[in-house]
Design a protein around this ligand. Structure first.
Ligand SMILES: [Zn+2]
Length: 344
């Protein structure tokens, strides 16, 4: 099931969010400076109240890690089924025009109700986060000599936003690939990627999936990016808009988007061995306070800033997303080569 977000409702939402006092915390920098941390707490949304009472960690009642062990069905589609070059997934190089398609996802336990003011305001926060993250990435890439144009504005181009209803559970995102099977099939059948790319003049695309997660959710946002053929070429950032009772912020948006271009996490060991990030390096980066956005997403005080991203793309991340062809850090630590080596 799909429904293009009604432009009129969104415009109404936008004007409400811009002018109504209730929602000013997203836009008013002073509210963060005043330390109004409570503003960032999640509000009761349209999900069913009480359904998570027995489950403080937000997982399904069964062991979440035993949920889907059948792996993904990555070869379900041929490369020719995709309207983009699949060699590095749907998002390949941080260069030129890149479409960002937003999907407000209703799954088995969460849903969006755009008649509900809280949900409207949360969808507006998603837009604001995406805007700040996109501008941050464009500005930072400029420092590396790249002219990046992330085309995300669904007010300007309504074809960039959808509501999708899928038969999966966001809480299985870390346990197997069933969610990717379902999401990829849904994208393939419901989202006219080819015509969107044609319309905006882009040849790459990032898919942002927003879930209206409950206050009890403890599962953090994550990205299933295409890496060495081990997943679908559709690169999906799974954004859980409430986690640990805190609303999602611009820096995690930029962090997840960078994953689609090949960036590894720098706060945890690379268990799959794709980059070679080890515990020794993770400890070192923490001890030295490395302010790389792939390691940290707040200004250093543990509190999100909803108006600005304070973190950097340091040499290691720049190398792994293909902005540079060399990283002293990678050389010094003996990490694996970037997926961009040998491309182009
Ligand atoms: Zn990450």
């Amino acid at each position: 099931m799909k429904r293009k977000l009604p432009a009129i409702a969104l415009l109404l939402c936008m004007s409400l969010c811009l002018y109504a006092c209730d929602d000013e915390e997203y836009y008013d920098a002073s509210s963060c400076e005043e330390g109004s941390y409570e503003d960032d707490f999640c509000e009761e949304g349209s999900y069913e109240d009480g359904s998570y009472e027995d489950d403080p960690y937000g997982y399904p009642s069964d062991d979440p890690y035993s949920y889907y062990s059948d792996g993904g069905n990555y070869e379900a589609f041929d490369a020719k089924d995709y309207p983009f070059d699949t060699s590095l997934g749907s998002a390949k190089e941080l260069d030129g025009k890149i479409a960002v398609i937003s999907m407000f996802v209703n799954d088995q336990t969460t849903s969006w109700d755009f008649d509900n003011e809280t949900d409207q305001s949360l969808s507006e926060l998603a837009f604001n986060n995406l805007k700040i993250a996109s501008e941050y990435l464009e500005d930072t890439c400029k420092e590396y000599g790249r002219d990046v144009d992330l085309i995300y504005d669904w007010y300007e181009i309504p074809e960039l936003a959808y509501e999708l209803t899928v038969d999966t559970d966001y809480r299985t995102v870390d346990s197997g690939n069933q969610i990717d099977d379902v999401m990829s099939q849904s994208i393939q059948s419901e989202i006219p990627t080819e015509s969107i790319l044609e319309k905006v003049g882009a040849s790459q695309v990032i898919y942002m999936a927003y879930f209206n997660t409950p206050v009890t959710n403890m599962i953090t946002s994550c990205t299933h990016s295409y890496y060495k053929g081990k997943s679908y070429p559709y690169e999906i950032c799974y954004m859980f808009m409430c986690c640990d009772n805190v609303k999602e912020a611009p820096a995690p948006f930029a962090h997840e988007m960078l994953h689609t271009f090949g960036a590894p996490d720098l706060y945890t060991v690379d268990e799959d061995g794709d980059w070679g990030i080890n515990q020794e390096y993770v400890d070192y980066a923490e001890k030295t306070g490395l302010n790389d956005i792939m390691r940290i997403c707040d200004p250093g005080n543990g509190v999100y800033d909803y108006n600005k991203i304070h973190n950097e793309i340091t040499d290691i991340t720049a190398y792994y997303v293909g902005l540079t062809d060399h990283s002293d850090t990678v050389d010094e630590w003996g990490f694996l080569p970037s997926e961009h080596v040998g491309q182009n």
